[in-house]
Write a protein that binds this ligand. Structure first.
Ligand code: SF4
Ligand code: SF4
Length: 405
């Protein structure tokens, strides 16, 4: 009989140190105990989600208190503890981890900062999108990885959680290059699955004490959930988290790609739940887009219209502080967002060149002022009708071609 993936949910209502440590111990005990995941003398790397270092109360990052509680519990194994993440933009991992408070949380526990500045191109024969991946040296040097994702909504992928957390194992602007290389959301999700499959964390512990709802993963609002979620299967963990926010897991492209690639399962019948009952955490009115991600059929007719159909980033001039971060993180060359020609940088609001824009939404993700909205153009709103017309036209042309053969 096929073995089920186990996911443990443990109630944890606050970021109180004692409550967190009790919850972490309880979750690990449900999965077989901490010693199952680390041994003396091993180098174990802890990878929180530091999308952009912000006050943890904003729920952009894995809360440092969760990170600290997990490290404290793992310290008892005698393993050497390391930590790291590569945030978005040009800042150094050390500076980002200091700003987010993770560096300070790790120091008293003797954990060392891993190298997330330098990376190596490594072979990954099982890769669906690529047989070689760029991975941070700190990840390659570790004997094992413990992934600490945060439960957040995502404007593009509906939810971001365990599978996507490993994207921070790609150092620096390598992430931007991947965005440019895989502009299609479904291809990009397959890449995320490849990276997750290569890094292959031994365990995932999700911070769902406070989640982010609405305009995630950077500009949403905090929402209390009150749980830590544990699993060795990132797809199953994300499925359970999706269940909590009342989202169909099949709407998350990394989950469907993950199932396809054999990374894990989001099917209820293949998941065994342990710990506190899921029902007590479900939030029916959690603000998340509850519909599948549209995929544009690759018909010649629609391919050329993609730019006019996909939602476009738009700057709210009143909210923009002219910091220029959106320009820094834009991964395409030439940049698809920049200072207006002839204007003095940081004196006016950036402008988009939509012809160059690949709709990766890195600018939206990284804007610190919630000044970038993602809006569907008129043609995008007509998309279901256009798809129908496109498919109709394709079948008419196909029939015509058959007749002329
Ligand atoms: S849109 Fe956001 S990231 Fe870009 S300059 Fe304005 S505030 Fe900064
Ligand atoms: S402008 Fe924004 S959405 Fe467009 S390519 Fe640059 S970062 Fe991506």
């Amino acid at each position: 009989m096929k073995q089920k993936s186990t996911v443990a949910i443990v109630k944890c209502s606050s970021y109180d140190d004692q409550e967190l440590e009790t919850a972490v111990n309880k979750g690990l005990a449900l999965l077989g105990g901490v010693d199952k995941f680390a041994s003396p003398k091993e180098k174990i790397l802890f990878k929180p989600n530091i999308l952009w270092p912000t006050n943890p109360d904003k729920c952009v990052v894995t809360h440092p208190a969760v990170f600290k509680a997990v490290l404290s519990v793992f310290k008892s194994t005698g393993a050497s503890l390391f930590f790291g993440d590569s945030s978005g933009g040009l800042q150094s991992p050390e500076s980002a981890l200091k700003k987010s408070g993770h560096f300070q949380a790790a120091q008293p526990l003797g954990a060392e900062l891993a190298d997330f500045v330098n990376g190596e191109s490594v072979s990954y024969p099982a890769g669906v999108t690529s047989k070689r991946l760029l991975i941070a040296k700190g990840v390659l040097d570790a004997d094992g990885v413990i992934s600490l994702p945060k439960l957040k909504t995502h404007i593009l992928t509906r939810m971001t959680g365990a599978v996507k957390n490993q994207y921070g194992c790609v150092p620096g602007m390598g992430k931007g290059q991947y965005h440019a290389q895989f502009p299609d959301l479904h291809d990009f999700s397959k890449l995320l699955v490849d990276i997750c499959g290569f890094v292959n964390p031994r365990l995932y512990i999700m911070d769902a004490v406070m989640g982010m709802e609405g305009n995630g993963p950077q500009s949403g609002d905090p929402r209390h959930i009150g749980a830590l979620i544990f699993s060795t299967d990132p797809v199953a963990l994300d499925a359970v988290a999706a269940g909590i926010i009342d989202l169909d897991p099949s709407f998350i492209p990394t989950s469907t790609a993950g199932l396809q690639a054999g990374l894990g399962t989001y099917k209820n019948e293949d998941i065994e739940l342990l710990g506190d009952p899921l029902e007590q955490f479900v939030i029916k009115d959690y603000k998340v887009v509850k519909k599948p991600v549209q995929s544009i059929p690759e018909t010649p007719f629609l391919k050329n219209l993609k730019r006019l159909i996909n939602p476009a980033p738009v700057i709210d001039k009143k909210a923009c502080t002219r910091c220029g971060r959106c320009i820094d993180v834009c991964p395409v060359e030439p940049k698809a967002v920049g200072w207006k020609k002839g204007s003095i940088p940081k004196k006016s609001v950036p402008v988009y060149n939509y012809r160059e824009c690949i709709r990766c939404y890195c600018c939206h993700e990284m804007c610190p002022s919630r000044a970038i909205n993602v809006k569907k153009p008129f043609l995008g709103r007509c998309f279901p009708f256009l798809s129908y017309i496109a498919l109709l036209m394709s079948s008419i042309f196909a029939k015509r071609n058959d007749k002329t053969k």
